[in-house]
Design a protein around this ligand. Structure first.
Ligand code: KG4
Ligand code: ZN
Length: 344
């Protein structure tokens, strides 16, 4: 089965062609960073307009790169939520219209299911069941994954998502957008031990997260010290380092707890913050020590992309799932509402 995947939930237009026989055939991505940079964050209306501009040219490009003709497609998968409603509708409209014109099925994909399944695109894909840590700009959650489509949420953020906390912390120190990668780069120059930030909600049982207080802690540190510090760049780097260490250690503690509670020894990590090198290195070290396996998607498939949508959609189409022709998208969509795909 050959499936075209379309991702347009936020500030990236991603398209890919996935073939159930030979794997990923091609993927292309257009990032809107330049469109939103001057506003310091995503402007929803500009995002929708940019998606409209790029969706069709990118569809043509990815089909060429995959060396697949339109009449060879068996289905079209698109992100139907959660995300920015205008951005989602742009992708949904293109996906459904193309499916209608070609007389093939279209299938809705849950954005977070896309992220969660992205590590399965790699050659060292883990077997089920596993614990998944999803860390993106909009979500931070831990799920116990029995099989595709069967997601038990065992922990989640009560306020800011981890990526959101990275972005807001970077913004308040006058760094650009998106803040996560910029802060992570800066943290490399930060000195260890200059600051120690709290590890929120780790001193009590449970798997929930809270990153809002940590962001405020960073803000207070910056407000207090930037007036009395000469080397502001070094101060920013030291705060970035302390912030990153606190987020990473908090995530590590909760992952270890989740594995213990679920009596599971396989972990997967997905979502934009999964691209964070400190998180990847430290989880790998902990996995060696505590004897569990940890799998990540390649870096480019941690952040938003079309490949994860084409892949997740292909699995659902193969299970006989698709949706009627009306164009639908959801700004909010609880992941535990999803239909299981069947026994894996
Ligand atoms: O998954 P994603 O592309 O979009 C959402 O579904 O939200 O994640 C984007 C988030 C942003 O908050 C971004 O700052 C963060 O992931 N991010 C990172 C890194 N790369 C992206 N955070 C920390 N370190 C990184 N290297
Ligand atoms: Zn995402």
């Amino acid at each position: 089965m050959i499936v075209l995947g379309i991702e347009s939930s936020c500030d990236e237009t991603g398209l890919a062609v996935y073939d159930s026989g030979s794997g990923l055939r091609a993927h292309v991505l257009h990032s809107q960073v330049e469109v939103h940079a001057e506003y310091g964050g995503v402007v929803p209306e500009l995002a929708s307009r940019d998606h409209i501009r790029y969706l069709l040219p990118l569809a043509e490009k990815v089909m060429q790169q995959a060396e697949v003709r339109l009449d060879q497609l068996d289905g079209i998968a698109y992100t139907a939520g959660p995300g920015l409603i205008g951005a989602l509708m742009s992708g949904a409209a293109v996906a459904r219209s193309l499916a209608w014109a070609l007389g093939i099925p279209a299938v809705e994909v849950h954005h977070m299911e896309g992220h969660l399944l992205a590590p399965l695109l790699e050659s060292d894909a883990p077997e089920f069941p596993f614990v998944a840590l999803l860390v993106s700009g909009g979500h931070t959650l831990l799920a116990y994954v029995e099989s595709i489509g069967s997601y038990e949420i065992i922990g989640q953020s009560l306020d800011d998502a981890a990526g959101e906390a990275f972005d807001k912390t970077a913004k308040m120190m006058g760094l650009g957008y998106p803040g996560g990668p910029i802060l992570a780069k800066l943290a490399e120059r930060g000195r260890q031990g200059v600051y120690r930030f709290p590890r929120p909600m780790t001193d009590r049982p449970g798997l929930d997260f809270s990153f809002s207080g940590l962001k405020t802690y960073a803000l207070n540190t910056w407000m207090q010290d930037h007036l009395i510090t000469e080397d502001q760049d070094q101060l920013r780097a030291d705060i970035a380092r302390a912030f990153e260490e606190a987020v990473v250690e908090t995530l590590l503690i909760k992952c270890r707890r989740a594995l213990e509670q679920s009596a599971c020894n396989r972990l997967i990590v997905a979502g934009g913050v999964g691209a964070n090198q400190r998180l990847r290195d430290q989880l790998q070290q902990m996995a060696k020590k505590k004897q569990f396996t940890v799998s990540f998607p390649r870096l480019e498939f941690c952040t938003d992309n079309g490949a994860m949508i084409a892949f997740a959609g292909c699995l659902r189409l193969q299970a006989g799932q698709c949706q009627p022709l009306d164009i639908d998208a959801r700004a909010r969509w609880p992941m535990d509402d999803l239909l299981p795909v069947g026994e894996q």
